[in-house]
Design a protein around this ligand. Sequence first.
Ligand code: GTR
Length: 422
Amino acid sequence: MKRWSLLVVVIAALSAGSCAKLTLAWADLKPDGPAARPEALGAFQSQAPITSLEEWTGLRQPALKEALQANIYGYFPDSYQLTVLDHVVLDENAFGGGRLEEYKLRAQLRFGETTSETEIFYMDVVTPVGAPNAPVILIQTFCPRWDTFPHPAVYRPEGAGGCGGGPATGVMTYVFGRYIATPPTEMILARGYAAATIYPSEFAPDRKDEGLAALKQMSEGLAPEKQRWGAIAAWAWGYSLMIDALEQNVETHRDYISWGHSRYGKSALLAAAFDDRISAVISHQSGTGGASLNRQKKGESVKEIVDAFPHWFAQAYENYADGEEAMPIDQHHLLALIAPRPVLLGNARRDVWSDPNGAFRAAVGADPVYKLYGAQGLDQGRLDIWAPGADIAYWIRPGTHGVVKEDWPAFLEFLDAHFLKK
Ligand code: GTR
């Protein structure tokens, strides 16, 4: 596909939701709306309230994971195996001080008795020179990886377009911010972090028909059709695959941070909830199906998201379109499963479509689980008190949906507060 036509597709996809539906509304900076239900540590299904950490990890965590899969995201594979088909160093000194490597990957997965495999996909990793064990920020975005890490050695198929480049980059960044397609890799490296990226559409396409077909092909052995995984779950699994690739032949433990904006903010949270190897999460403007509560929300409803993106979630989520009150779980449970690990929830005041208040209410709802671990949890009573060292750090800035110039400095401040002290 030519660059301009791909750009049109990307902008149309993005505009279909948040951008076109931006209102002139502002998120209230005071917490607003009812508390998250059911309480994270309260009675749940047939379970009595949780009174100890043992009960939380032994009983409640598995019940919540089951409920999230059954009602919202669909099921992860029963088992899987990643194969590194190739691994090469592309440049010993890229982006002003990073070792750039490329991995060629494929995963075999099993649902029930049926095995399948993904398409081949690629991962690029840039690590600060001389710091092979630096914490790694795992990045997934809307853009092919040659846009995430623009470097002549990063594989770009003949004639392939992308999100950016030339005037197209100008349009994208004007609408969605300086870092929408390309993160500040030099800044990330200079602060002592490595970064890895995949373009998850390579194995779970972010397009309705192709996406649904690929998701089905990969999970053919799953019996209940309505609980087949959606792309958000497949992308979340993609974060685990990235770690698997990075862990091969490595003996030292590294910290991994799942990073995602918007739809990938949803999957970055889900990845951490299901994969303990993720040490922290940066989930920016994740909205519905991410950090924002389903019940009594402002912005995008369950009906709006499942109508616009039928390939993102399990069909079971559609049961709650115009019926959010009937949901047995809500998004504070997703955040609670990440406890006690640090999570940053990024928001913007004019991005009411993503419901900053609903995300704050979810953070308040997850907080008792952090406290159960003896962690500090949320350390702010309003949306606009930035506490990067808190375990649930809630960031809100002026402006709209996108990744703008003040976002990455805030993300790195959060990481420094949690990882430099180690
Ligand atoms: C929108 C969608 C949001 C958010 C966003 C994005 O269209 O309504 O839930 O995920 O896309 O990913 O940019």
